[in-house]
Design a protein around this ligand. Structure first.
Ligand code: ACO
Length: 420
């Protein structure tokens, strides 16, 4: 393994250090490049730019592998609950029984929100998208927590405890249910509590369905972390400017909402519904996606890093199959999705460009099967991604990363004078 790369610019010879990761992933350290050569690098979309060293998750895009803190996602999904996974992502190791009990109980103790949040929510028009509402409520949440007096670790737990409550309140307001849960049920686990807060109806005891609990546990695990994606990078960038934790997470949610990122889960179901409504001609829609003059893209297909199957999509498909079958649902949208996948994966356009289904191709089908409406899909994604965002924030602070401030190549006017 070389520790330097040599290169020449305009007859001058330079040596740049090479950084290696655990799996021999390699980067040329260009931090002194401009100082030494006068050049900067140009990399729109950061396709070739590493912004940090991280030890939270690892993706091998060529093999289609995903590790959380070293553990393959396929093992985590079968052996861990969502709350254990969150602990792992945040703390680096899986919890033992005592650690898990302590962590879960600490979160439960913080399972309450200020009554004023309900009043604020009341003022927000029902037409607002739940992602905008969640991002806003997260942004103002620290006003209701004495963030100056509490330790930072405690703030992470506040977020883990309160985000499901904010999501549930947002959902309940949307569909006209009373804002029942200003606190959660101490006897329930994280996911069961979440479901109860969403779906419980006054004067009726809420009965948990283990099939739904299991499906939600799994789909949220699949979202828990995904290295330097757009929303996580957003959280890190804000944090690097020493913005607050809550506003950084709120900004991450806004990034996640984008249709090319987490917002794709809603866009996928809307696309599938449109395809079905217009007669289900799969070939026609695949041709549309391939046509460069048509802005339409096959939502839920393609990924910046995965150039082989997204392992999360493979698991999500199985979870969808399982929950649909066990709940006895007949879902033409799922059948259509599987058909589209089969057709696209035989098409040379998708094969050559290495476009495979991503997590969002099937996650919406799971959410729909468990009763979550379309405009809440990305909110669910945010609940899953929370531990990842916090872990990256922690790591960024621990590394004492400098303020993120890219450069540019200016192509505007030359210096000129204002005419009288
Ligand atoms: N349908 C049709 N063509 C596609 C698709 C798609 N879904 N995705 C990529 N392509 C084509 C592009 O047109 C481009 O073609 P070209 O080289 O001929 O110009 C080529 O494949 C490469 O695509 P880029 O957009 O350059 O790839 P990038 O890495 O920048 O984007 C992205 C990745 C945003 C995920 C893209 O594949 C996409 O838009 N997919 C649909 C949206 C989606 O599902 N997003 C969720 C991603 S997962 C997540 O964030 C949770």
């Amino acid at each position: 393994m070389c520790s330097f790369v040599n290169f020449n610019i305009n007859g001058y010879h330079y040596k740049l250090p090479v950084i290696y990761g655990t799996f021999c992933d390699k980067a040329i350290n260009i931090s002194q490049l401009r100082e030494n050569t006068g050049f900067i690098t140009f990399d729109p979309g950061f396709k070739n730019t590493g912004i940090t060293k991280s030890s939270i998750s690892f993706i091998d895009g060529e093999k289609g592998e995903l590790l959380y803190r070293g553990y393959p996602i396929e093992q985590i999904i079968n052996k861990c609950s969502f709350i254990e996974t969150s602990y792992l992502i945040l703390n680096g190791e899986l919890p033992d029984t005592a650690q898990l009990k302590y962590f879960s109980e600490k979160i439960k103790k913080l399972n309450h929100i200020h009554v004023k949040i309900n009043q604020i929510l009341d003022q927000i028009p029902n037409s607002y998208h739940p992602m905008g509402i969640l991002s806003y409520l997260t942004y103002i949440l620290d006003t209701f927590i004495n963030s100056l007096e509490e330790k930072e670790e405690e703030m992470y737990l506040h977020l883990l405890a309160k985000l499901p409550m904010l999501a549930a309140l947002t959902y309940r307001k949307k569909i006209g249910l009373p804002p029942l849960p200003t606190y959660a049920d101490y006897h329930l686990d994280y996911i069961s509590n979440l479901l109860k807060m969403f779906f419980s109806i006054p004067n009726k005891s809420y009965k948990q369905n283990p099939i739904i609990v299991d499906a939600l546990n799994k789909v949220l695990i699949l979202h828990a972390d995904h290295e330097q994606n757009c929303s996580t990078t957003t959280v890190r960038l804000l944090g690097s400017a020493h913005a607050g934790l809550f506003s950084s997470i709120s900004a991450g949610m806004s990034a996640l909402w984008g249709k090319l990122h987490g917002g794709a889960n809603q866009a996928v179901i809307e696309m599938l519904e449109n395809i079905l409504k217009s007669g289900g001609n799969i070939k026609k829609w695949i041709e549309k996606a391939k046509n460069k003059k048509d802005p339409f893209r096959l939502m839920g297909f393609g990924h910046r890093i995965y150039k082989n199957f997204d392992p999360r999509a493979r698991i999500a498909k199985k979870v969808a199959e399982n929950v649909i079958q066990k709940l006895g649902i007949s879902d033409p949208i799922f059948e259509l999705a599987k058909n589209i996948e089969e057709n696209a994966l035989k098409d040379s356009y998708f094969v050559e460009k290495k476009l495979y289904p991503n997590i969002d191709f099937y996650s919406g089908i799971i959410y729909q099967a468990i009763g979550i409406p379309k405009d809440m899909f990305t909110v669910m994604f945010a609940l899953g991604r929370l531990s990842g965002w916090i872990a990256h924030w922690k790591e960024m602070k621990f590394n004492r990363e400098p303020i993120a401030r890219p450069r540019q190549i200016y192509i505007g006017y030359k210096k000129r004078n204002i005419e009288n």
